[in-house]
Design a protein around this ligand. Structure first.
Ligand code: FES
Length: 248
């Protein structure tokens, strides 16, 4: 892994912002297409974009689909994430495009002109509320994970259930490594022995801090896992690949 990171650092500075633009654009367009036009419920699985499944009210126009009531939570969580903010400010706005010498000179807006985050970016200040909302969605995803191990009502393990489980583990790890969570759990305390449950909070804080060190990796791994899980289930549904049974 470290040799991959070292090789990545040797690439020209513009490779990272261009890669971020491509990956986030593909993810954004794919998510929009899934929740707008495509079905999300299969024989045994749900699309991860459709959990929890909710009914579409009759009075609601058809162009507003039921998963749109859900997807704003995980998407808002990612869009306001401290790491993604750094990534897309650099990639989309070149603000600055990279740290390397030379790249900063290409920054279109100079640092002395910075006036804080305005307009839609003001939402970045409510990241912790998107965190709370995302934990609600995660709880449903874990419930759906259990269901994937009971196809037809009895216990069984398929490749699809393992993929769903891996996806939810990565999403949970991404959420648990959040900077805001680290602050809420213990980063906002100067003295653990002065607060109730201080020892437990200190241990939780240390655990979140360990995960937090790799937050960028969890951000990308969990993003790719959502995409791949959805694509895998669509291939099963289309009959392109079988969902192999491991147990049951
Ligand atoms: S800082 Fe990235 S999810 Fe909170």
């Amino acid at each position: 892994m470290s040799s991959i990171a070292a090789a990545w650092r040797r690439l020209p500075w513009w490779v990272e912002p261009v890669s971020v633009v491509i990956v986030l654009s593909v993810f954004g367009l794919y998510s929009f297409a899934i929740v707008s036009f495509l079905p999300g419920e299969y024989k045994e699985y749900l699309s991860p974009f459709y959990s929890p499944p909710i009914p579409h009210p009759d009075w609601m126009p058809d162009f507003i689909t039921a998963p749109m009531f859900i997807i704003w939570m995980p998407l808002g969580f990612r869009a306001t994430c401290y790491y993604y903010r750094k990534a897309y400010y650099r990639a989309f706005f070149w603000d600055p495009p990279a740290c390397q010498a030379g790249a900063q000179e290409r920054e279109p807006r100079k640092a002395e002109n910075y006036r804080g985050e305005r307009a839609v970016f003001v939402l970045n200040n409510v990241h912790r509320y998107f965190l709370y909302a995302s934990f609600v969605v995660l709880a449903f995803l874990w419930y759906d994970t259990v269901l994937t191990f009971f196809p037809g009502g009895s216990f069984g393990v398929k490749v699809g259930s393992i993929i769903w489980l891996a996806n939810v583990v990565l999403l949970s790890t991404y959420s648990l490594s959040c900077h805001s969570l680290r602050h809420i759990i213990g980063g906002n305390k100067d003295c653990y022995t002065c607060v109730r449950g201080g020892n437990t909070r200190r241990k939780l804080y240390n655990g979140v801090s360990r995960l937090n060190l790799q937050h960028p990796q969890w951000a990308w791994f969990s993003l790719f896992s959502v995409l791949l899980t959805d694509i895998y289930f669509r291939l099963i549904q289309a009959g392109v690949i079988p969902d192999l049974t491991i147990l049951g």
